[in-house]
Design a binder for this molecule. Structure first.
Ligand code: SAH
Ligand code: SF4
Ligand code: F3S
Length: 469
């Protein structure tokens, strides 16, 4: 099957007698929620739509197609989509008055989780498309333009990445010197709080050749820093060019050979899949940045068990010791959930203790949000909202202090910075430290894409200020 072979001369013209612009002048507005995988998917959908005659726009009012790429991870994330759809319904009605159509599509994890329910709740929606079927977008849109309401949430048997068109080199250059590349999708771990196994399906790894080819194209377009993505990225495995079974560590060594790629990262990893070779990559591969996002969720063994994380707090701490022994300047980041059902004050104290023990450079923390269809939602002993609030505040105060201490510890040090983009203020450029902090430098310090040595002079709330070393 080939993409872009759909007849599009006369499609859609019948829909409510609205004017449907010719393919070449159609515009799409994409809004992305949720994790980096959605950011990557939005780019791939934009590429598929470009090949189908849709130019991207930042102005929702002029869009012939509005596509929301949604997140279902917490209730708030999912509800945001419905309030946005309320606003879009009005825009769509306004546009119809001027005789122009506005198709509305919902993609991503809410699409997969809620399917046809979305159209029942928000009749302005024309199409619902799950993450495993994005390569079918052009066909789905052709049907939507002729007035059909479509829900496409089957798990495709074909590999969507085989069919998604590659962006033009000019477009890749426009996207800048850092890029995401999804290497693994889905999850088989079934933590009891989490919707991902249901919204993204079971674990699938992309083949080595596909990944290497995409990384080479990105490097050729000037990408210096590449972040490999997966819901469980370190569960990635594949058959290497030598016929051997590879894990993520081997893949990183292979990607480090690509000329131009100066920095590699990966996210999000699970503590149970930190294999020796991946830890060795942190020791032996200078291209692999000394930063690791390794969520633990809780420091209490009882809660970890109830969450089905399948390791204990001390396993995590031992793992951190091994990783630090391999690379002593590694900065750690994590995710935490407070107020999981049954969490007592003592359980929460264990989380605070673990945070003290690890000392994170950055972290994300959330109040537990019961998600429909997950075992956690069915558990008894839900923690009152006020208790969750209070625990989250305490945890975030500690994490923020650790983050600021980490920033402060860098003052006076000379570090590498990849210059990424112009700064918000005139005369500045923004770079990125090895530990993922934004670094503000004078615009004359270097060109975008350069990796320069800078001395850190002071810290901002979330960033570092530096001068050329
Ligand atoms: N695969 C990653 C996590 C992906 S989801 C891992 O296993 O660590 C990103 C983060 O969202 C999780 O780490 C968790 O902290 C948070 N999260 C997931 N489900 C949640 C829920 N129901 N309520 C609150 N936070 C949740
Ligand atoms: Fe969700 Fe757990 Fe899978 Fe992470 S490992 S995506 S938290 S089920
Ligand atoms: Fe959200 Fe789906 Fe990512 S639920 S966090 S967009 S995998």
């Amino acid at each position: 099957m080939e993409l872009n072979t759909i007849e599009r001369d006369d499609i859609g013209a019948a829909a409510e007698n609205l004017v449907v612009p010719a393919a070449a002048t159609r515009k799409v507005f994409v809004k992305t929620y949720g994790c980096q995988m959605n950011v990557y998917d939005s780019q791939r959908m934009t590429d598929a739509l470009a090949a189908d005659g849709y130019a991207a726009t930042d102005a929702i009012g002029e869009a012939d197609l509005v596509l929301l790429n949604t997140c279902h991870i917490r209730e708030k994330a999912a509800e945001k989509v419905y309030s946005e759809l309320g606003r879009i319904r009005e825009l769509k009605a306004e546009r119809a008055k001027t005789g122009r159509e506005m198709l509305v599509g919902v993609a991503g994890c809410v699409a997969q989780a809620e399917g046809a329910e979305i159209i029942r709740r928000s009749p302005a929606v024309d199409l619902v498309i799950g993450p495993q079927t994005y390569h079918r977008l052009p066909g789905v849109l052709a049907r939507a333009r002729s007035g059909e309401k479509i829900v496409e949430t089957d798990y495709a048997v074909e590999d969507k990445f085989e069919y998604l068109p590659q962006p033009k080199r000019a477009e890749l250059i426009r996207r800048g010197v850092t890029a995401f590349l999804t290497v693994q999708e889905g999850c088989d771990k079934f933590c009891t709080f989490c919707v991902v196994p249901y919204t993204r399906g079971s674990e699938v790894s992309r083949p080595v050749a596909q990944i290497v080819a995409e990384a080479e194209r990105l490097a050729d377009a000037g990408v210096r820093e590449l972040t490999l993505l997966g819901q469980n990225v370190n569960a990635w495995h594949g058959r290497g060019e030598n016929g051997e079974e590879w894990g993520l560590g081997r893949l990183l060594f292979r990607l480090a050979e690509i000329p131009g790629l100066a920095r590699l990262r990966y996210t999000t990893s699970h503590p149970r899949d930190m294999e020796d070779e991946l830890i060795a990559a942190h020791r032996d591969l200078p291209t692999l940045m000394p930063y690791l996002h390794l969520p633990v969720q809780s420091g209490s063994d009882r809660i970890l068990k109830a969450m089905n994380r399948r390791h204990m707090a001390k396993d995590y701490l031992t793992l951190i010791d091994r990783i630090r022994a391999a690379r002593n300047d590694i900065a750690l980041s994590g995710d935490f959930i407070v107020g999981f059902p049954g969490e007592t004050e003592a359980d929460f104290e264990a989380t605070m203790q673990l945070v003290e023990d690890v000392n994170y450079a950055s972290a994300f923390s959330f109040k537990y949000s019961p998600r429909p269809g997950t075992p956690g939602a069915e558990m008894s002993d839900h923690v009152p909202e006020a208790v969750k609030d209070e625990r989250l505040q305490r945890l975030q105060a500690l994490l923020l202090k650790q983050q600021q201490d980490f920033g402060t510890s860098l003052i006076g040090r000379t570090i590498d910075t990849l210059i990424e983009k112009p700064g918000r203020q005139a005369g500045q450029k923004v770079g990125r430290s090895p530990w993922l902090q934004p670094v503000i430098v004078d615009e004359k310090a270097g060109e975008i894409g350069d990796i320069i040595q800078v001395r850190i002079t002071k810290t901002g709330y979330n960033s570092l200020f530096a001068e050329l070393a």
